[in-house]
Design a protein around this ligand. Sequence first.
Ligand SMILES: Cc1cc2nc3c(=O)[nH]c(=O)nc-3n(C[C@H](O)[C@H](O)[C@H](O)COP(=O)(O)O)c2cc1C
Length: 238
Amino acid sequence: MGGGLLRMPHKIDQILKVLRDACDCPLTVKTRIGFEDGQNFSQILDIFAANQIDLLSLHARTVKGGYRSLPDYSYVDQAVARLPCPVLLNGEVNTAEAASSLIKQTGADGVMIGRSAIRNPWIFKQIRQINSGKPIFHPTLENLYDYIQKLYIIFYKDEIPEIKQVARLKKFLNFIGLSVDTEGQFLFRSRRVKSWLELDQLCQEFLLHDGRASQFLNLHPFEGLVARPSSEASTCIG
Ligand SMILES: Cc1cc2nc3c(=O)[nH]c(=O)nc-3n(C[C@H](O)[C@H](O)[C@H](O)COP(=O)(O)O)c2cc1C
């Protein structure tokens, strides 16, 4: 519902006033740039400034743009210029290099990374390595295999039926699968497995066998693959 508020800046102001008075802790805001377009953005920035928020994370798309429109990072420039608090850039930061160059380009204080952190959990280490001029760690497909095993173990609960445990893992695999194979076969087949054994065999086939274990993981998602077709595909409205 938060996104809908972007059509009613006065409500954002009311809510932030109440929160500001009530909060002894830092008050941070995460928002998109607008609902249908960015026409309220300038007014909303004034509201953030007037209510002295402590940090803004800005997903540089409209609500209507879903995950389909391209982020417009010029809104991050505006937020950085107008707000005294730190601003984090968010939206489509897919590689460590992109994180570093977008921070330089916009003057943002940092980045918030969503989907690519699930796909490539080494991205934060890679950013730190770039920032300190060190060689960047390049994960292999075997590292990815180990990561999937760890996800299964971390989320494993004795009392939950196996099929549900596997279903839960698929939420992660939707993002991980974007950089496994160009054709999206891993994605396609992983969505259809019903047991951990079946999934593990699939992971071994795509990530370990036939010399794949030592191959480097593609750091960028492959073009044309979609993690969540119902909410991210170009034919969807929302
Ligand atoms: C699985 C998942 C859960 C999310 N949950 C929330 C949420 O609870 N609140 C929120 O503001 N954004 C949520 N988001 C949106 C992300 O915080 C982020 O704004 C968006 O994915 C764009 O960043 P990215 O391109 O790095 O993924 C979620 C995204 C994903 C993929």
